[in-house]
Structure formats: structure tokens, C-alpha cells
Write a protein that binds this ligand. Structure first.
Ligand SMILES: C[S@@+](CC[C@H](N)C(=O)[O-])C[C@H]1O[C@@H](n2cnc3c(N)ncnc32)[C@H](O)[C@@H]1O
Length: 265
């Protein structure tokens, strides 16, 4: 698949962004901007992984860093991001770079940690922000079967996601990513206080109106295995009219022990 037509973003995503970025997406963008300020990692370098054209990430946030590298496989996204970032970083000393290498996609249907380790080796001092990319990666792997989603089985996406925090080492990192999506709006109040991990079933029960309608189907983006011991925030993103994504966000700072759901540090 060509990188500018990839299933995780591509031209259709850019068209949607230009259409809805300033309208339908505005509440979600504001919520993510506030969450980023809360995170504010101490590192001087930042990696934006999968930022697309920077539509949902407040590029003004990048001004606090000396160097920002966008790790993005889509050439159209890199071109748009460069133009948008130029405006957002005007007058700042922040250096912007692009890295088109693919550190995350599965190889021969298996998710491996080598790519993440290569990313960490190449940027040893950078904080990492996964920009709504982790919930898209399963689209690049094998069709889910009972076996292929087991977190205990090496090479599955669930296994990879569970191992990701340790592979990132002692640096700060954060991710906002899809958990569930569908035609029903989840009940998430803003601003959200961080809460403990919940299974997809518990999220459906707590945040969605109960219904028997066959046309109200939710997609599970298979991100539940990420950093399950840590607290997380939840946001709603209306991607197109009447398609709602429940987005979860987790963050870790290198200089502050992560907060576990039981309050332990
Ligand atoms: C849903 S979009 C992210 C939206 C974006 N954060 C925004 O602000 O609008 C997912 C992005 O991840 C990128 N992507 C997919 N696989 C990737 C990979 N292996 N490495 C880096 N970027 C990737 C896609 O090209 C796409 O731009």
C-alpha cells in the first residue's frame, strides 16, 4: 500500500480534516491541547509519531521544545505539517525535522519491538507523543482471530502494546488513541479527571446508552492493553457527523513517577 493512501490516514483523512478541523473537531482539539499542557514533559526534544498534518495536535505546544521531529509515513501529511508548523513556530527557536521511516508497522503479520528500539536509539533524549496512531495500527496487521489478539502471544498487536511502555525506557511518553468508535455518542463530560483502566465491556456499559438496535455497532480499536496500570483521560471526537470516537489518553513524565490507578507512584 502506498503511504499516502494508507489505511491509517491518507487522502480521505486530509479532506476530512480540512472540512471539519475548525468546526466538528474543535472541542476535541481544545481538549487535547489542554491535556498536552498538563503533560508538558521536561525533555528539550519531542517526537510526534503519526501527527498527520497536525490537525488535532496544537502545534503551538511544540514551541517549548528545542527540536521536534515528526515521524510520519505519509508524504502528503509531512508536506501539510511542515507548512502548518512553519506558521505555528514562527519566532520560536524550535527546529522541526521529518522522519519518514516506519518504526511501527507489523512485518509479515507480526508486531515486533525492533522498530520502537530503533526509534529510541535514534532519538535517545526525546519525549515521545503518539498522536492518535496506536488505534490505527491493527488495521495493518492480520485479521483478528481468537489467537491473533492474545496479549500473551508474542507478535500480536496486544502483546506489542503491552510491551511498548518498557521498550520506551525512562523517557517521557504519551499517547492519545482510539478505544471505541461508532454512531453513538459516549457520555464523556469535559474536562475529564483521569480515571482507572476499564475493559471495553465496562466502557460500553458505563459510557454508552444501552440499545438493542442492530445498526448501532461499536468498533473496538484494540488499544485496551496499553499501560493498563496507569490512569487515563477520555475524550470524544466526532470524526464526521454522527461518527464518534472514544479517545483515551495516557501520559508519563520522566521526572515524575507515573500515577497508577490505585494511587500508587
Ligand atoms: C488518524 S491519523 C492521526 C491524526 C493526527 N494525529 C491529527 O492530528 O490529525 C494517523 C496517522 O498515523 C500515520 N501513521 C500510520 N502508520 C504510521 C507509522 N508506522 N509511523 C508513523 N506514522 C504512521 C498516518 O499516516 C496518519 O497520518
Amino acid at each position: 500500500m502506498t503511504t499516502w493512501l494508507n489505511a491509517t490516514g491518507g487522502l480521505r483523512y486530509h479532506v476530512r480534516a480540512w472540512r471539519y478541523r475548525a468546526s466538528l473537531w474543535a472541542p476535541f482539539r481544545r481538549a487535547i491541547a489542554a491535556w498536552l499542557v498538563e503533560w508538558s514533559p521536561p525533555e528539550r526534544e519531542l517526537l510526534l509519531v503519526g501527527p498527520s498534518g497536525g490537525y488535532c495536535v496544537d502545534l503551538g505546544f511544540a514551541r517549548r521544545f528545542d527540536a521536534v521531529t515528526a515521524v510520519e509515513i505519509d508524504p502528503v501529511a509531512r508536506w501539510i505539517l511542515r507548512r502548518r508548523a512553519r506558521a505555528a513556530l514562527r519566532g520560536a527557536r524550535t527546529k522541526l525535522a521529518m522522519d519518514s521511516r516506519d518504526y511501527l508497522s507489523p512485518r509479515d503479520g507480526r508486531f515486533e519491538l525492533e522498530g520502537v528500539r530503533a526509534l529510541c536509539d535514534r532519538y535517545p533524549r526525546a519525549a515521545v507523543l503518539f498522536c492518535n496512531v496506536l488505534g490505527q495500527l491493527p488495521l495493518l496487521g492480520p485479521e483478528p482471530t481468537e489467537e491473533s489478539v492474545l496479549p500473551e502471544r508474542e507478535g500480536t498487536f496486544e502483546w506489542w502494546l503491552r510491551a511498548l511502555p518498557a521498550a520506551l525506557g525512562d523517557r517521557s511518553w504519551a499517547s492519545f488513541h482510539d478505544r471505541l468508535s461508532g454512531s453513538v455518542r459516549p457520555r464523556v463530560a469535559l474536562p475529564t479527571a483521569p480515571v482507572a483502566w476499564r475493559s471495553s465491556e465496562a466502557l460500553v456499559e458505563e459510557l454508552y446508552p444501552q440499545t438493542d438496535r442492530d445498526d448501532e455497532v461499536l468498533n473496538d480499536h484494540r488499544t485496551s492493553e496499553l499501560a493498563a496500570p496507569l490512569v487515563r483521560s477520555a475524550f470524544v471526537w466526532e470524526l464526521v457527523p454522527s461518527v464518534f470516537h472514544l479517545v483515551e489518553a495516557v501520559s508519563v513524565r520522566a521526572d515524575a513517577p507515573a500515577v497508577a490507578a490505585d494511587g500508587r507512584r
